[in-house]
Design a protein around this ligand. Structure first.
Ligand SMILES: [Mg+2]
Length: 380
């Protein structure tokens, strides 16, 4: 690598995106652009803690990877893990994740092949897309716009839809039973509680939503409450999903040992990029647990998640297609479409690009309208 650039990009969703924990009024990301000896570039992303992760990239990771060949991403991943110190589940791991993602994009691009091909070959060239949305609205009717928004998602080709719930158990049941009547039996429905409930409320909500025939209930509790998840999983008839907030392999081990999740959703930008997620997936294989990447950010992670998804073991989860599905941010997100629209075909699937790297062509000048800060470090 001869250079690392950081692009701090963000925007203010309007209206704010409500979930059971918060109203998202600002979405900020760090995009990393690594440059190889031959001028080839690779992209990586931090979605959760971009400013803290940038500090870690600049102070600890850049000196490690600058001057080194991207093709040695395995050795570099080990070297980066060696810098974590006490921060094994936070922003430092997100920094490692972004650099690892960019190293994979760059190394595959330099060879003229996709990341999936570089990592052994894609198991599939299409995946069922699921819409992440609709979101809770501010004011007196948290789910009031859901019927119209679900109709719009069906019109966009989605055959699987994941609304936010978690406002109140009885309301969750009412809105999801209505959603089931609206979409019919052939469209998959799941819900995301975004860590918002207590154990008792999560169990109540699951009971009220039983008739909606959901594929999964995602993150009903705070992300570290293993005992709580065990209680909810034992009580709910529906599959419980989670894992987007877990970073270290040890954290995944603890949750899998406790048999908490029926669907595992690690995020490439949190759990160590391609290197980290492949380890998590291997661990999950030992538990016969379906894995699908969580993704809610820019075009960079969206493209990376397609490559990763193509490599994961297929498992039937009860929906219209075998897992893994691929998550699509269905909100108005200008950073998602910078490399071209990410939209399902009429059968609800997205193609896995076989183009070099993660299959994304991103001209950095296109980031300018959302750019708040740009920095660059070089090997010199
Ligand atoms: Mg989620």
């Amino acid at each position: 690598m001869t250079a690392i650039e950081g692009f701090h990009v963000g925007f203010a969703p309007s209206p704010a995106l409500g979930n059971a924990s918060t109203f998202i009024r600002r979405r900020d990301f760090l995009l990393l652009r690594l440059k190889g000896e031959d001028g080839t570039v690779g992209w990586g992303e931090v979605f959760n803690s971009p400013f803290a992760a940038a500090g870690f990239v600049r102070s600890r990771l850049a000196p490690l990877v600058l001057g080194q060949p991207a093709a040695e991403m395995g050795r570099l991943y080990q070297a980066m893990l060696g810098t974590l110190g006490y921060d094994r589940r936070g922003a430092a791991m997100m920094a490692v994740s972004a650099v690892d993602m960019a190293l994979h994009d760059l190394a595959a691009r330099a060879r003229g092949i996709s990341v999936a091909r570089m990592l052994g070959g894609a198991l599939r060239d299409r995946m069922l897309a699921y819409a992440s949305g609709p979101f809770i609205a501010e004011g007196g009717a948290p789910y009031g716009a859901y019927p119209a928004q679900i109709e719009a998602l069906l019109g966009r080709g989605f055959r699987a839809i994941k609304p936010r719930v978690g406002f109140a158990p009885r309301l969750d049941g009412a809105v999801m039973r209505a959603a089931r009547r609206q979409v019919g039996d052939d469209v998959a429905l799941m819900v995301d509680v975004n860590q918002g409930y207590s154990v008792g409320a999560a169990i109540e909500s699951a009971r009220h939503m039983e008739e909606a025939d959901l594929l999964w209930i995602e993150e009903p509790l705070g992300p570290e409450d293993i005992g709580g998840y065990r209680a909810v999983a034992a009580s709910a008839r529906c599959a419980i999903a989670g894992g987007e907030a877990l970073a270290s392999l040890a954290a995944f081990r603890d949750f899998l040992e406790a048999r908490t999740f029926s669907v595992l959703q690690p995020d490439l930008t949190v759990c160590g990029g391609f290197s980290g997620l492949r380890r998590v997936a291997a661990l999950a294989d030992a538990y016969d647990l379906p894995v699908m990447p969580h993704v809610f950010g820019t075009c960079v992670n969206a493209h990376a998640a397609l490559q990763m998804g193509a490599l994961l073991t297929a498992r039937r989860g009860g929906g219209p297609a075998a897992y893994p599905f691929v998550e699509v941010d269905a909100t108005a997100n200008p950073l998602l479409s910078l490399g071209g629209a990410i939209a399902p075909r009429t059968d609800g699937t997205l193609a896995v690009p076989d183009a070099p790297g993660i299959g994304l062509e991103l001209d950095p000048t296109r980031l300018e309208p959302w750019l708040s800060e740009h920095w660059a470090l070089d090997a010199g």
